[in-house]
Design a protein around this ligand. Structure first.
Ligand code: SF4
Length: 219
């Protein structure tokens, strides 16, 4: 996921340029990255995230929403940020979009929800559900990378444009990349629409059905 690191750094440098900075030291800037020593165990990783105060979302969150599911899953779903319902109860993919995702897993992939692993780019709710701050994503990224390296899924399904961008650093127009099979760092990543998008745009369900059937074929 080196591409993501470079993309985030580039984005942050552009932001500094817009603020009027002419010169900055990339080396010095990189030193601000979180130097997290993370455990090689998902239960301990969750515990560490639940006590995390590395970014400002720790002040606004109600509960940390960590990944859940099968620690040896072949399929990992990565969303963007916890919903308000997730935030209030501390569980991932609850509420209507969680129900939609469960139906997608059970009815199309013909798996149980507990057979797959579900996580988000951010473990604490972003107050702006329509976007994720690069700083927050950058700070929280080591948790996601560690989850991926511990679960080692065969297929990672990126739910929505933000999940896809923060997994890959690729900012191609989402509709042009959706449903394609991407390879990165030895992982297979397939982007499709987030269930919350399907709730707002039910006509896109047919497209997601095609994406999921493709994923089922890969498994
Ligand atoms: S969003 Fe991630 S980095 Fe920020 S406080 Fe929560 S767990 Fe820590």
């Amino acid at each position: 996921m080196k591409n993501l690191k470079n993309a985030l750094l580039l984005k942050q440098l552009y932001q500094l340029k817009q603020l009027g900075y002419k010169y900055t030291s990339v080396t010095a800037y990189q030193e601000t990255e979180p130097d997290l020593t993370l455990p090689d165990n998902l239960n301990f990783l969750e515990k560490q995230a639940r006590d995390c105060h590395l970014c400002t979302l720790s002040k606004s969150r109600q509960k940390v929403v960590f990944g859940e599911g099968n620690f040896n899953a072949n399929v990992m779903f990565v969303g963007d940020t916890p919903s308000s319902s997730d935030d209030s109860i501390g569980k991932i993919f609850t509420g209507r979009s969680g129900e939609m995702l469960t139906k997608m897993i059970e009815n199309v992939l013909q798996l149980h929800r507990k057979d797959v692993y579900l996580t988000n780019v951010l473990k604490c709710r972003s107050l702006d559900q329509q976007s994720i701050s690069p700083t927050h994503a950058h700070t929280c990224h080591p948790y996601l990378l560690k989850e991926i390296s511990l679960v080692q899924p065969k297929v990672i399904i990126a739910l929505g444009d933000m999940a896809y961008y923060y997994l890959t650093g690729d900012n191609t127009e989402f509709d042009n990349i959706r449903g394609t099979v991407q390879k990165q760092d030895g992982y297979t990543i397939i982007p499709t629409y987030h269930p919350s998008y399907l709730l707002r745009n039910p006509s896109a369900k047919k497209i997601v059905l095609e994406d999921l059937l493709k994923i089922k074929g890969l498994l």
